[in-house]
Design a protein around this ligand. Structure first.
Ligand SMILES: [Ca+2]
Ligand SMILES: [Ca+2]
Length: 301
């Protein structure tokens, strides 16, 4: 769970990390305490103690709570979202009773949102460029758009609506990128290549130029200078999409781009003894900074 963020530890980030540790202990302590009271009052369980596995799950939820607190605070501090902010600080192996926990928050709008495909020619061109740059055969794209769009009209060539053998076409936005594996002409190899760069968010989300990877930058226009983009961004975050385009002097269309983010994904891992809990939560943050969990997976290994 160690991400590249750790490699760039600045003094500001270290102060943020110390603060984060302190807050984490408070948040998790509260979550566990509240839950103990809850259990004693409302369940028929004879033991007043939380089982080890329950406790691990609570720690994981505590990590999610912490991410939401950080995202709320961040919205009060800035109008842009970038990788030097506190929410982007990893929690590296924090010791807890009988184990440790780790976690990090990802900007989901650093990736390409598959659900933007049917509604935007610009998005379609960007996705074609992504496939091309990754050396992925893009003949599945019409079937993917048919999969998402509400109608039953087959796109030519290579579209696909009702003719799947064992399941029906979704005809709605994807809830998870793994659905892509169900689409005609998508092989596991194609999926694995695209996976790090794609997401499935509700509605017409934007790509945040302050957090996007070099790979995503390169789908915005042909033959763009990656090192200039990274250098400029490290110097100073892009304050607006216009600022981004003007500073780089590249022929990029502003449509579908932003300098801030509404959708984040929190990842947490709790290890206690032999048990391991993994948490993944998609968190939406509105313009007032309020957060809501859109979906959550919590798995024991
Ligand atoms: Ca921010
Ligand atoms: Ca359709």
């Amino acid at each position: 769970m160690v991400s590249s963020n750790l490699m760039r530890t600045s003094p500001r980030r270290q102060r943020g990390l110390a603060l984060l540790m302190a807050m984490l202990i408070v948040v998790i302590g509260t979550t566990v305490a509240v839950s103990i009271v809850h259990e004693e009052k409302f369940t028929i369980r004879k033991s007043a103690h939380i089982h080890l596995s329950d406790r691990a799950a609570l720690y994981a939820i505590g990590l999610e709570d912490l991410a939401r607190i950080y995202l709320k605070e961040d919205s009060e501090e800035s109008d842009t979202d970038s990788l030097d902010e506190y929410w982007a600080t990893d929690i590296p192996g924090l010791p807890i009773e009988g184990g440790y926990l780790t976690g990090y928050v990802e900007d989901e709008q650093a990736k390409f949102n598959l659900n933007t495909l049917p509604g935007s020619k610009i998005a379609l061109n960007r996705f074609k460029r992504l496939c091309d740059n990754l050396d992925v055969d893009d003949t599945f794209i019409p079937a993917l758009m048919d999969w998402i769009d509400e109608d039953f009209d087959i796109r030519y060539p290579d579209g696909m609506e009702e003719n799947y053998e064992d399941y029906r076409v979704a005809n709605r936005e994807m809830a998870d990128i793994s659905e892509l594996l169900l689409v005609q002409n998508v092989t596991p190899e194609i999926y694995e290549k695209l996976k790090p760069h794609i997401t499935a968010l509700p509605g017409t989300s934007t790509i945040n130029v302050n957090t996007m990877s070099e790979v995503i930058f390169q789908i915005l226009a042909p033959d763009v200078d990656v090192s200039d983009f990274i250098e400029q961004r490290d110097d100073d975050v892009y304050e607006s999409v216009n600022d981004f385009i003007e500073r780089l002097q590249i022929p990029v269309e502003a449509d579908g781009l932003s300098v801030d983010t509404d959708f984040f994904r929190a990842h947490g891992q709790v290890v206690q003894g032999e048990q391991q809990y993994n948490l993944t939560s998609l968190i939406y943050r509105d313009t007032e900074g309020k957060t809501r969990v859109i979906n959550r997976t919590l798995g024991q290994f």
